[in-house]
Design a binder for this molecule. Structure first.
Ligand code: DOR
Ligand code: ZN
Length: 357
């Protein structure tokens, strides 16, 4: 009998994650804590995390939801609005409560209604971030209804990101969940390493936009930014698997109840936490880049953010026969269902769990 192929890497971090609060938080948190040592937690709750006080309360809610054997550190973000108080932001950052600030263009995605309406409205905040060295995490899509939905990211780069970086050249920026060749080209060509980075999700690496319509409309493949063309998928695969330091993992795991995804005007967001690492490993294996998996999952992010690499390790193993993961959905404490991703694609990899859920 041959031994299964395994790969052991420093325990990964998730540089972009939605945990929600209340019942959903309780249901999803164990899946992230099992595989990731730290995660940058997005602030787009129904009542967004717009002050340091709310970030403290949210951080406490997360740590209270952890069970004893879980060692997981949430890295908290502040949701920027037109009215963000720069002194509160400064205090939160200097006290170590806030890790980064998150820019949602108003209306771009889930719970972004209170986001920034015009980038000019936060000039003093951007200036403050730059002076503090506090990272700005960006949902990089325009909301202009005259722009084609699939071009929202590329147009954002030209209209907002290029001028922003000219005006604030020292600002540390992460373009979250990049989906296009345009974004990869911009980031690799413009970046003085260390100032501009990008996260990449498992779903944008695994699927192109055909998956939205395969056999009928597929609400569980709807996310924001929306899936793109195959040429875009190939570009982000090349970026992720290159080992280049500006690209790192951010799952954008974004749980919504099944019922909310399957209704008319269903929510955008894909719950990938349980199978995210297996999906990334699959992509890297197919690209012949397993030797660079640790860069993307475990070392590029800490280097970019100036944090230590995790001392703990995690092992993945290759199955003899690829299989669609068994766990197809999870339940909240109330019994509401949340569908996991991927739900139909066979994967050859799985994490060897230390504490099976
Ligand atoms: O697909 C997404 N879901 N993209 C986002 O930007 C937000 C997220 C969510 O919160 O559901
Ligand atoms: Zn997100």
């Amino acid at each position: 009998m041959t031994m299964p192929q395994t790969i052991t890497i420093p325990k990964p971090d998730d540089w972009h994650l939605h945990l929600r609060d209340g019942d959903i938080l309780k249901a999803v948190l164990p899946y992230t804590a099992a595989h990731f040592a730290r995660a940058v937690v997005m602030p787009n709750l129904k009542l967004p995390v717009t002050t340091t006080e709310r970030a403290i309360a949210y951080r406490d809610q997360i740590t209270q939801a952890l069970s004893e054997h879980m060692t997981f550190a949430p890295l908290m973000t502040l949701y920027l609005t037109d009215e963000t108080n720069p002194n509160d932001l400064t205090r939160g950052y200097e006290d170590g409560v806030l890790f980064a600030a998150k820019l949602y263009p108003a209306g771009a995605t889930t719970n972004s209604e209170s986001g920034v309406t015009e980038i000019q409205n936060i000039t003093s905040i951007l200036d403050r971030l730059q002076r503090l060295g506090m990272p700005l995490l960006i949902h990089g899509e325009v909301t202009d209804p005259t722009v084609d939905f699939f071009d929202r990211e590329a147009v954002f780069i030209d209209r907002v990101l290029r001028p922003l970086r000219r005006n604030f050249p020292e600002l540390k920026i992460v373009m979250e969940h990049i989906t296009t060749q345009a974004a990869v080209e911009y980031i690799t060509s413009e970046s003085p390493y260390g100032r501009l980075g990008a996260t990449i999700t498992p779903h944008h690496l695994l699927l192109n936009r055909n998956a939205l319509f395969d056999g009928g409309i597929q609400p569980h493949h709807f996310c924001l930014p929306v899936l793109k063309r195959e040429k875009d998928r190939q570009a982000i695969i090349l970026a992720a698997t290159s080992g280049a330091g500006m690209f790192f993992a951010g799952t954008d795991s974004a749980p919504h109840l099944k019922a909310d995804k399957e209704r008319s005007h269903g929510s955008g967001g894909i719950f990938s936490a349980p199978h995210a690492l297996a999906t990334y490993a699959e992509i890297f294996d197919q690209a012949g880049a397993l030797d660079r998996l640790a860069n993307f999952l475990s070392t590029n992010g800490p280097a970019f953010y100036g944090l230590p690499v995790n001392a703990a390790t995690l092992t993945l193993e290759k199955l003899e026969t690829p299989a669609v993961p068994d766990l197809k959905s999870i339940l909240t404490p109330n019994g509401a269902e949340i569908v996991t991703f991927p739900n139909e694609t066979p994967l050859s990899w799985r994490v060897i769990e230390k504490h099976p859920l």
